[in-house]
Write a protein that binds this ligand. Structure first.
Ligand SMILES: [Zn+2]
Length: 532
């Protein structure tokens, strides 16, 4: 919530903006204002604010002449189970030498509710370093320890020897759980590397009292059998390691130096009690189709996606409780709406069809896109590519485009050609350890074998732009200050919209379907029915 003075200033700026519609990205900015204003209440999955935002997107899709591609309209309704912790009736404690040491929830550690936790757990703790078992890469962090019935303690980090996209894939909670479950574990404690934490503990812990969600569709449970998921404050990690002969500082230094990290049983057991309030909510994916013109290819689809949801209303930071999610990700949805409108204005009819989909539940774990990819409203085997936009960060001029998945499929050639024609360079993710390739909705499509790209405004390391991006992440990412009152480079937004539009048209006009590169790890997800 803003103070009245700030509101007055916003209104003046808004009026000035509308008056000058010749400014770069004027239409994009109008969508930003519509989606990220305080009245949308942060567009939390399942909230009335998100529903209002979804109705806005549907109306804009209609204006842009898109065919409805939801279920009985533009909306595809998605049902979620929600879980909220009752902290007063939940607890964590370490039992060592018969003595019980409580861990303070919110301060030392938090119990994660993306999984459905068991009411109580008591189990031995085993530290497993990076916590990865990847035989095809010769990685076995479980060697010499038994995880049977244990709670696995791992560093949320991946070895530098793995290529970036593999770090991203195997570092995900879902892939990790597959490994831990196969080894007989019943739960997890993750400890972040403080150097690569996007959100400082003091801020991330504010979100612990918000309801967590999973898809009601039980076939889509990503953590079967997991009884407990704990996130440890790295500043308190030595509480776990006490008596082991190891310290967190030394272990994390091994990660930072790219060295192997040992695995060992901890001389402690964990006792957990979790009390949860359960409910269910509906939220909305919104989908529309620009129908293609070529009779042979119009039933094939290029999917443009961007998540519409954000974090809603939560813990106050500087007196503000509305997490507007202007960059994350009103900006991406606004870009998609702008692309749809400008293709409509131009009367564009690419050969293949283009599906525009604004998805819900991204912040809850890519849930809306998972649902869409599992229950697509067009035949999945006919989806030829996905291009996703999440928080593209127009903070400075767009000279270089950061492309996630650049070297994974021949879509890399399409984005290189598109960017080149607009005088923009391309780069891979300069920070693969942040797992960005699997941290947004493109991953829901990749898991079904659909070649995908995601893009952001890029920057070179050790430049003022890199510092600006880092400061943005530290100060505004998942904070109420990611709102309409922040510095935004509208010329970068305008250029980004051009990139997405030209790329979508280029892919839609390709003679052949996009393919994963032979060398790509993600090629393995291609389904036998993917190329019919
Ligand atoms: Zn986010």
């Amino acid at each position: 919530m803003r103070n009245p003075l700030t509101i007055a200033v916003t209104v003046v700026l808004t009026a000035a903006t509308i008056a000058r519609s010749d400014e770069p990205a004027a239409r994009w900015w109008r969508h930003m204002q519509a989606l990220a204003n305080d009245g949308m209440e942060g567009r939390n999955t399942g909230s009335p604010g998100h529903k209002r935002a979804a109705d806005y997107v549907a109306a804009e899709f209609a204006k842009a002449g898109l065919e409805p591609a939801g279920v009985g309209g533009y909306i595809q309704s998605v049902t979620f189970n929600t879980r909220k912790i009752v902290e007063a009736r939940s607890s964590l404690a370490l039992v060592r030498d018969g003595k019980t040491e409580p861990l303070v929830l919110g301060d030392d550690a938090n119990i994660g509710l993306r999984i459905d936790p068991a009411p109580s757990v008591e189990a031995p703790l085993v530290f497993v370093g990076y916590g990865l078992d990847i035989p095809e890469r010769g990685i076995d962090d479980f060697k010499g320890v038994s995880l049977k019935g244990a709670v696995v303690v791992y560093l949320s980090a991946t070895p530098r020897s793995l290529p970036g996209p593999l770090q991203a894939h195997f570092g995900s909670a879902e892939e990790r759980w597959k490994m831990y479950r196969a080894a007989g574990a019943i739960g997890t404690i993750g400890i972040a590397n403080p150097k690569s934490m996007d959100i400082p503990w003091a801020r991330s812990t504010l979100a612990r009292l918000q309801p967590a969600m999973s898809l009601a569709d039980r076939a889509m449970d990503e953590a079967p059998g997991q009884q407990l998921s704990v996130t440890m404050n790295p500043a308190r990690a030595d509480k776990l390691l006490a008596g082991s002969g190891h310290t967190f500082a030394k272990l994390i230094a091994l990660v930072d130096e790219g060295k192997p990290v040992p695995s060992f049983a901890l001389p402690a057991r964990l006792k957990a009690t979790t009390t949860v309030e359960r409910a269910s909510v509906e939220s909305q994916n919104v989908a529309g189709i620009l129908r293609g013109s070529d009779p042979a290819r119009r039933d094939e689809y290029v999917v443009l996606s961007a998540h519409l949801d954000h974090l809603g209303i939560g813990g106050a930071v500087n007196g503000d409780t509305i997490y507007n999610g202007a960059m994350d990700n009103a900006s991406g949805v606004a870009a998609m709406l702008d692309v749809a409108a400008s293709l409509h204005e131009a009367g564009a009819r690419p050969a293949r069809s283009i599906v525009f989909v604004a998805v819900t539940g991204e912040e809850k774990g890519l849930l809306g896109s998972s649902y869409f990819a599992a229950h697509p409203t067009v035949p999945r085997a006919r989806i030829v590519a996905n291009v996703n936009t999440d928080m593209f960060l127009p903070l400075f001029p767009l000279k270089t485009l950061m492309v996630l998945g650049l070297d994974e499929s021949d879509l890399g050639q399409d984005i290189r050609a598109t960017a080149n024609a607009l005088g923009i360079g391309v780069q891979n993710d300069p920070e693969p350890q942040r797992n960005r390739f699997v941290r947004s909705d493109q991953y829901s499509f990749i898991k079904f074998g659909i070649p995908a790209l995601a893009m952001k405004v890029g920057y070179e390391p050790n430049t003022p732009e890199a510092a600006t991006a880092a400061a943005w992440t530290a100060e505004r990412y998942h904070a109420p200050s990611d709102d309409l009152n922040q510095p935004i480079d509208r010329s970068a937004a305008a250029k980004y919209v051009e990139v997405v539009k030209d790329l979508a048209v280029r892919i839609a006009n390709r003679s052949d379907r996009p393919r994963w590169n032979e060398s790509s790890f993600f090629k393995r997800f291609v389904r036998s029915d993917s190329y019919d």
